[in-house]
Write a protein that binds this ligand. Structure first.
Ligand SMILES: NC(=O)c1ccc[n+]([C@@H]2O[C@H](COP(=O)([O-])OP(=O)(O)OC[C@H]3O[C@@H](n4cnc5c(N)ncnc54)[C@H](O)[C@@H]3O)[C@@H](O)[C@H]2O)c1
Length: 414
């Protein structure tokens, strides 16, 4: 639908006319409502429908939409076919999915097959079958699918991508990615029942891999000149979440929660021989509420953000055997997106990264350019969940990683 809506970003009006995107929002808990607020703060959008089986969350989200745009979208909650009824509407262009992770792929696949574009929260899928379903649905529907992997838009991660593209790192051999985040209180409720995160934590392995896998894969050119080939994975025993559960719920209730492991480490090899070391732990006690760390090693530069101070060494530029703050290079290698929208982006969640997940999706839908994080990328990064669990359960036996590009990994470009 073409409209006269002008592109506005939080009050700033540009002269360019843009196509209005009519949204539906599916899954509007804390995260879904936050993304909804950011989306509706951008120009050229309408909210047509909202779906959440939890009526309280649905009402909260309808309020958010009304507050943002002065109009209440239609709410869907009751009945087993509520989501299908929403998808049957012919006045919805795009669906933003922020439901529990195991539902993402079935909901995205259904939306694509109903002719909607999809912006999905992370991870994209939890089984290999779901990964393939998603890839095939995107291919066959010719609709746009984008994974809202906001870690790919964190400024430092884009600065490193810019450096990689300009050859600063030389040949890349190794990257490390960690999601180490004390999330124990999000695994179970006060009555002793498990949340969806707690249910995922009953499976061994890395059940939230895409935050580090996204930036690392973009740096290494995964699915664009290289591809993930195989992995081995091992997990520690479980202790941390049960420790907290015993304190909160008592020994008896805590005993039945069935968490699988605390730490999981997965090593991934690429076709070109690079190694990715992925660390995952959301079940151990630690003082820092949220940590994602990344490293990158090339023949001419080394990057390390493990201690939360992003630092770099560059052959021929850094003096001696010392590290320099990455910020020294942030201006020289400033990503185009940040140069253009940085000030606006900083007003939104995750240091501005949420802004770009949404603005990039809107741009892709409007211009028809390829999705920057398409179903193939989403499947590639998300398949680490079932494969790490399978490898860890088999004592670290290697598992092959499917080629979701179906042979085109050396031809695909941004
Ligand atoms: N990218 C990030 O930085 C980031 C941060 C937080 C959460 N997330 C992702 O966002 C998603 C939601 O996380 P959250 O913290 O808001 O979880 P939450 O549990 O607070 O919210 C989930 C919502 O989904 C709803 N839901 C349950 N079943 C559903 C169904 N069948 N269809 C539609 N909705 C359903 C629930 O009622 C709830 O409102 C998850 O996928 C999570 O991984 C991403």
């Amino acid at each position: 639908m073409n409209s006269n809506a002008r592109e506005t970003v939080r009050g700033k009006v540009k002269t360019m006319k843009v196509k209005t995107i009519r949204w539906a929002f599916a899954g509007v808990g804390g995260r879904g409502r936050g993304l909804m607020r950011t989306t509706l703060g951008m120009g050229g959008v309408e909210a047509r429908a909202v779906y959440d089986p939890n009526p309280d969350n649905l009402l909260r989200a309808l309020d958010v939409a009304e507050e943002a745009l002065g109009k209440r979208p239609e709410g869907y909650s009751a009945g087993p076919d509520a989501y299908e009824r929403l998808l049957a509407r012919d006045d919805v262009d795009a669906v933003l999915i922020a439901s529990p992770v195991p539902l993402h792929a079935p909901m995205a696949t259904a939306a694509l097959r109903a002719g909607k574009h999809v912006l999905s929260e992370v991870g994209a899928a939890v089984t290999i079958e779901q990964c393939w379903d998603l890839v095939h649905a995107a291919e066959e529907s010719q609709r746009i699918y984008m994974l809202a992997e906001n870690a790919c838009y964190i400024r430092n991660n884009l600065v490193i991508l810019e450096m990689v593209r300009k050859g600063v790192f030389g040949d890349l051999t190794y990257a490390e990615g960690g999601y180490v985040h004390d999330l124990r209180s999000g695994l179970f409720r006060a009555d002793g029942s498990l949340t969806w995160r707690g249910e995922l934590a009953q499976n061994a392995g890395n059940w939230y891999p895409t935050h580090p896998m996204g930036p690392v894969s973009q740096w290494l050119g995964v699915n664009r000149g290289d591809r993930l080939v195989s992995l081995v994975s091992l997990s520690s025993r479980e202790a941390g979440a049960s420790h907290l559960a015993r304190q909160k719920l008592g020994v008896e209730k805590a005993a039945g929660l069935g968490f699988a492991n605390d730490s999981n480490n997965t090593l991934i090899r690429t076709a070109k021989g690079a190694l990715i070391d992925l660390r995952f732990d959301v079940s151990s006690a630690r003082p820092c509420l949220s940590t994602m760390h990344l490293t990158l090693q090339g023949t001419t530069a080394s990057y390390d953000s493990r201690d939360a101070n992003s630092k770099i060494w560059i052959e021929g530029r850094t003096e001696g055997h010392t590290w320099e703050p990455l910020s020294e290079y942030a201006e020289e290698f400033e990503p185009a997106l940040w140069r253009k929208w940085g000030e606006e982006a900083k007003k939104t969640g995750h240091g501005g990264a949420d802004f770009f997940s949404i603005s990039e999706f809107l741009d892709v839908v409007r211009t028809g350019r390829p999705s920057p994080i398409d179903a193939v990328d989403a499947a590639t990064w998300s398949c680490i969940t079932p494969l790490s669990a399978a490898s860890a359960a088999a004592g670290g036996q290697p598992r092959e990683i499917p080629d979701f590009t179906q042979g085109s990994w050396n031809k695909r470009r941004d």
